[in-house]
Design a protein around this ligand. Structure first.
Ligand code: AMP
Length: 212
């Protein structure tokens, strides 16, 4: 099993694709965004402010959360939302090499900004099973409005899924995260998938990469 990184702008489908990879191939899914939302749900106001501003959480906090999550993992890992900048990528390289492991694939889910924005505006998700829906995309909504098709929980909107915060998140992505494309391309690890296509198409392309 491999160590896979999904690199993408906001709303490119990192969460959805991570779940598909994990359920099909038995990988472990680590979403640093979900780890942070978990800390926020326990009352961490400082993290809430950062997430609501669309900026990145401090590297040392993220690395600590990541290390804890990796402790519980055996086999392959899909990282969703990490690394988000070059410093985190360097830390991850060090961490993996101390465990005699390496990054196998970095899959860049490429998506134009305007489509990302539309996806964010309509996005709702299930706090229980993580299933994502979209009220603005044809065929993207749940069968019963506001209720998860999979586990019947009440769907919620993420605090940072608003038009305004999206602009800041996207600016952060361009400044901090996009340089990782070159960082991994130079290492020969980068693979690009057109993420404007339907989820099934994207997953097929990801499968081709994983099984390569
Ligand atoms: P995500 O669910 O990946 O869109 O992340 C939601 C928010 O959590 C981001 O906008 C950041 O504020 C924070 N976050 C998630 N992952 C990281 C990371 N690797 N480094 C710093 N901040 C992060």
């Amino acid at each position: 099993m491999k160590n896979i990184i999904l690199l993408a702008p906001p709303a490119a489908g990192k969460g959805t694709q991570s779940k598909l990879i994990c359920s099909e191939y038995g990988y472990s899914h680590i979403s640093t965004g979900a780890l942070i939302r978990n800390e926020i749900s326990k009352g961490n106001k400082e993290l809430l402010e950062i997430v609501e501003s669309g900026s990145l959480v401090r590297d040392d906090i993220i690395i600590e959360l990541l290390k804890q999550a990796l402790n519980n993992v055996k086999g392959g890992v899909v990282l969703d939302g990490f690394p988000r900048n070059i410093a985190q990528a360097i830390e991850y390289d060090k961490l993996l090499s101390s465990l005699n492991k390496k990054v196998d694939h970095v899959i860049y889910l490429d998506l134009p900004k305007e489509i990302a924005k539309k996806r964010i505006t309509g996005r709702v998700s299930c706090p229980n099973c993580g299933q994502v829906y979209n009220t603005l995309i044809e065929g993207g909504n749940s069968k019963v409005e506001g209720i998860c098709d999979v586990c019947q929980s009440q769907l919620i909107k993420r605090v940072d899924d608003s038009d305004e915060i999206f602009e800041n998140r996207y600016a952060t992505y361009l400044k901090e995260t996009k340089p990782l494309i070159e960082y991994y391309d130079v290492k020969g690890l980068l693979r690009v998938v057109d993420s404007s296509k339907p989820a099934e198409y994207i997953f097929k392309k990801i499968e081709e990469i994983i099984n390569d």
